[in-house]
Design a protein around this ligand. Structure first.
Ligand SMILES: C[S@@+](CC[C@H](N)C(=O)[O-])C[C@H]1O[C@@H](n2cnc3c(N)ncnc32)[C@H](O)[C@@H]1O
Length: 226
């Protein structure tokens, strides 16, 4: 992975709670955050005595390298969102400036934690579809804004292998959103992935959540090994 191809953009614990309908009981479980990037989910949950490991290929880079990449792309991303304002629901986040502020705050929390915790094993450089964990090692695996969202760049086969891998290492897998970034429509990979998982004995449901920023992104996928 080239750092120049990465656009760091991270969400907070409160957004993860809403995107994945995480209860306090869920948050006390052993959780994997897959593709957490510069989100502050791990930093904030660890602060509250949570038990969470994050994996992402950007963790091969140092905090300084990620920080400079954030500084490089931040205004471009804000400008891009401004141009496509109608693709988003401006309710909890009222306007583009508030969005920029919230994302920067989350990324600052991430960077501060990452600087001190990189060696602790809470941030691992690993990538789907092969994760360095034992079968059933986690109670919950979460994947926010990677699978399905980047349907144009990540193939259907890669989606299937990735979801099977997440179901191997966690008893329950939650993925959000399920829409493609290109057109805000259901990912073309969603139904084939569900069919493959169900054929392998995994139960899958699509569950409404109380979060919507990308217009129409109101559901998460929940997969459970039975
Ligand atoms: C849009 S960011 C989402 C960050 C975070 N999950 C959030 O919601 O704030 C997508 C993340 O997916 C990561 N990613 C890219 N390829 C991946 C792979 N093969 N396996 C796991 N994560 C990957 C990227 O490095 C990036 O940090």
């Amino acid at each position: 992975m080239e750092l120049s191809s990465v656009v760091p953009w991270g969400r907070s614990l409160s957004e993860y709670k809403e995107m994945f309908s995480l209860s306090n009981r869920d948050l006390s479980k052993k959780i994997l955050g897959c593709g957490d990037g510069p989100a502050s989910f791990n930093a904030e949950l660890t602060e509250k005595n949570g038990n969470v490991i994050s994996v992402d290929p950007i963790y091969q880079f140092s905090a300084d390298q990620i920080q400079s990449r954030i500084d490089e792309v931040y205004s471009q991303v804000v400008e891009q969102v401004s141009k496509n304002k109608d693709d988003y629901v401006w309710k909890n986040i009222p306007h583009v400036e508030a969005l920029g502020k919230a994302r920067m705050q989350a990324m600052r929390l991430f960077l501060a934690d990452y600087r001190v915790a990189k060696e602790s094993g809470r941030y691992l450089n690993a990538s789907l579809p092969a994760l360095p964990f034992d079968d059933g090692e986690f109670e919950i695996a979460l994947c926010s804004h990677y699978l399905f969202l980047y349907s144009e760049h990540v193939s259907q086969n890669q989606h299937i292998l990735s979801m099977k891998e997440l179901c191997r290492i966690a008893k329950e897998v939650r993925v959000y959103p399920l829409l493609s970034l290109r057109d805000n429509q259901e990912s073309p990979h969603l139904q084939p992935v569900i069919a493959e998982l169900e054929a392998g004995g995994i139960s899958v449901s699509l569950v409404e959540v109380g979060y919507e920023f990308q217009k129409g992104a109101t559901k998460m996928l929940v997969a459970k090994s039975v």
